[in-house]
Design a protein around this ligand. Structure first.
Ligand SMILES: Cc1cc2nc3c(=O)[nH]c(=O)nc-3n(C[C@H](O)[C@H](O)[C@H](O)COP(=O)(O)OP(=O)(O)OC[C@H]3O[C@@H](n4cnc5c(N)ncnc54)[C@H](O)[C@@H]3O)c2cc1C
Length: 378
């Protein structure tokens, strides 16, 4: 039997996440939009609400609720603020490699602080010479006694200027085919954030450069076995990273539909609400079809993940579908608003700008198709 219902606990969790987003995040959106900066109060509230603890096992100070719960939280937060959901999703993405590949010492050292929001995580893979092709990156490490010395630059890194626990992918200077991952901590000598990007959307979620100049890390900061770095980084990105983007996409789809229904019922033309026009109804129906389909795809993948089954292919399908559907929904929502869809006081303009940024994160739609084609051809 396939059970498509959420448990009572999951429903309560969804309600709590919705209330959290509406009361703790929504009031801070105007400031986030105005400054483009991360709102410290939002980060604090996420920590206090244990939003960073969802997937961390209880023995390390987490909630141990798993990935369906994570998707519920991200969807609800994204419905209110895609920028905040994106920040939270990458906090989780930075945590995942420590859960999956960390030694007992590393888990004890990092996870309790990450669960409490006292530490903030990210993952740094992308470079100017390697986005879709992570092996094109040039950031390198050299072994020096028990230490490793890292040199290079990362770009497009979410949480670049707020994270203090950074999972960094680098290649061996002696063997450019061998990659390893390291935990670099804020304040380490030779490490600093660089340029801050100004994105068209997701304002309030920080994206930028990270610079490593002879950054020396101890052997105990190597995460996973030496030479296994691509596996460590890509395991996190292919499941938790893409799963997080599904949460961002679903929440944005839901927000577009809700705003469109409200506007269509209030806007009077020809003496009646435009919701009576079939063209408008068709758009609303399309948004609902895509939202339901996206939810089925996303929660299917997350349920597999909770069962310990491989879910990267299912997440590739869900990531492609939901981020494309979010862009489509945002365009339709703006269209339904007519001229009002150009005015910033209407949230749909923010949804449209946010939707444009969802595509490339955690792999473009083209790359999702490459993965899906490999799956069906295998
Ligand atoms: C908001 C945001 C947040 C991000 N956060 C992070 C982060 O925290 N950490 C991190 O490491 N990275 C992060 N990224 C980087 C993201 O993973 C890359 O942008 C993405 O992988 C694409 O790489 P690229 O931008 O270099 O594009 P490119 O790889 O240069 O792609 C250019 C074009 O070529 C296409 N293309 C490339 N290869 C293929 C192929 N094999 N087949 C068909 N088409 C192809 C692409 O689809 C795209 O249309 C973030 C990006 C954004 C926009």
């Amino acid at each position: 039997m396939i059970d498509f219902t959420f448990t009572e606990e999951q429903e309560l969790f969804r309600q709590a996440a919705r209330e959290f987003a509406e009361t703790q995040i929504a009031p801070r959106i105007p400031e986030m939009e105005e400054t483009g900066r991360v709102n410290a109060e939002v980060v604090k509230a996420l920590g206090e609400a244990e939003m960073m603890a969802i997937t961390i096992p209880q023995e390390y100070g987490g909630l141990g609720l798993g990935y369906v719960a994570r998707l519920i939280a991200l969807e609800e937060i994204s419905r209110v603020s895609v920028a905040t959901a994106m920040m939270l999703q990458v906090l989780g993405l930075g945590i995942e490699p420590i859960i999956k590949f960390g030694t007992e010492e590393q888990k004890k050292k990092y996870l309790p602080g990450l669960a409490a929001g006292e530490r903030l995580a990210t993952i740094a893979v992308t470079e100017p010479t390697g986005g879709s092709d992570p092996t094109g990156g040039r950031t390198s490490y050299q072994k020096d006694g028990d230490d490793y010395v890292i040199n290079g630059r990362k770009c497009f890194i979410t949480n670049s200027h707020i994270a203090d626990t950074i999972i960094v992918l680098a290649k061996d200077e002696e063997d450019p085919d061998a990659f390893s991952t390291f935990v670099v901590e804020g304040g380490m000598e030779g490490f600093k954030p660089g340029h801050r990007e100004h994105k068209v959307g997701l304002r309030g979620c920080n994206t930028g450069e990270l610079i490593f100049e002879n950054c020396r890390v101890r052997g105990e900061n190597l995460l996973g076995a030496e030479g296994q770095g691509l596996r460590v980084a890509m395991t996190g990105i292919s499941e938790v990273g893409r799963g997080g983007m599904v949460g961002c996409g679903l929440g944005l789809q839901a927000a577009c539909l809700e705003a469109s229904v409200k506007f269509a019922q209030e806007r009077i033309l020809y003496g009646k609400p435009i919701s009576r026009l079939q063209t408008i109804q068709n758009k609303l129906a399309e948004m609902k079809i895509d939202l339901d389909a996206g939810r089925l795809l996303g929660y299917r993948a997350a349920a597999r993940q909770d069962q310990g089954l491989r879910s990267s292919n299912e997440f590739a399908v869900a990531k492609h579908f939901t981020t494309e559907a979010a862009q489509k929904a945002a365009k339709m929502a703006v269209d339904i608003h007519g001229g009002y869809g150009c005015l910033e006081e209407y949230a749909v303009t923010r949804y449209w700008r946010d939707a444009a940024v969802l595509g490339p994160s955690a792999g473009t739609s083209d790359i999702m198709k490459v993965i899906i084609a490999r799956w069906v051809l295998s």
